[in-house]
Design a protein around this ligand. Structure first.
Ligand SMILES: [Zn+2]
Length: 236
């Protein structure tokens, strides 16, 4: 079967893992689209973003600043719930407590789809989020560590970034929600130096996208153990 251009995404609840506050904004248009369609959009960020300060004087406040920025982004996305595991930025470790924290989140949220980082990346936190989330999705479905909640088997796992060895399996046209990406980025004021942009530029881009009818896509890759060539609607 060929990948479909506009696959059905008929899910009740999704869980998006990100290493840092803002990683998940790559798929902000998809999240906004699903939220508009009544899907519960839960986001779980592994670290507190404590290293994301371009100016030394922001160091002591950066975690609080980024939490405020994410709350603003969540209003634009329509996020149902944001969960912060709170690991140290650049210090996310694939150890037992962190692994169990991921399992607990999956068992509590009970998502029908997990979106997470792909395997081809430079940042240590991205790589560890990838490894921990994939393993936790599997272990959450096993009758172990019962204090972490009822077992939950997530049917589908997709990568939303960091896959370099193959073309995307899903190309989702999200043109109606394209402007949400630059608008959410514009809320991340502490990160604009890193991204080499300004609020004004991002808002202008959002305005352009709002009035454009050109295709705008988010791309996704199947986790290697998902043997489907499109996103089927789930019968739940
Ligand atoms: Zn990141």
């Amino acid at each position: 079967m060929q990948p479909r251009e506009e696959p059905a995404m008929d899910y009740k609840r999704i869980l998006v893992f990100g290493a840092h506050p803002d990683d998940e904004l790559t798929m902000a248009p998809t999240m906004a689209m699903l939220a508009d369609r009544g899907v519960e959009v839960c986001i779980c960020i592994a670290t507190n973003g404590s290293e994301g300060y371009p100016r030394p004087e922001w160091r002591d406040q950066i975690v609080a600043m980024r939490a405020r920025e994410m709350a603003e982004a969540d209003r634009l996305i329509g996020t149902t719930e944001r969960i912060c595991i709170g690991a140290d930025d650049m210090g996310l470790i694939n150890d037992k407590p962190t692994f169990k924290a991921f399992i607990e989140v999956i068992r509590r949220v009970r998502p029908h789809v997990i979106f997470t980082h792909g395997p081809h990346d430079m940042h240590r936190d991205h790589l560890n989020t990838h490894a921990i989330s994939i393993e936790a999705a599997w272990q959450a479905g096993n009758p172990v560590s019962a204090e972490l909640g009822e077992t939950w088997r997530t049917p589908y796992i997709f990568y939303y970034k960091a896959v370099q060895d193959r073309p995307p399996d899903i190309v989702l046209d999200v043109r109606e929600w394209a402007h949400v990406r630059p608008l959410t980025q514009a809320t991340q004021v502490t990160q604009l130096t890193l991204w080499n942009t300004t609020v004004e530029q991002l808002e202008a881009e959002a305005e352009r996208l709002r009035h454009s009818d050109a295709p705008f896509t988010n791309t996704f890759w199947f986790h290697e153990r998902t043997h489907l060539s499109y996103l089927p609607p789930l019968e739940l």
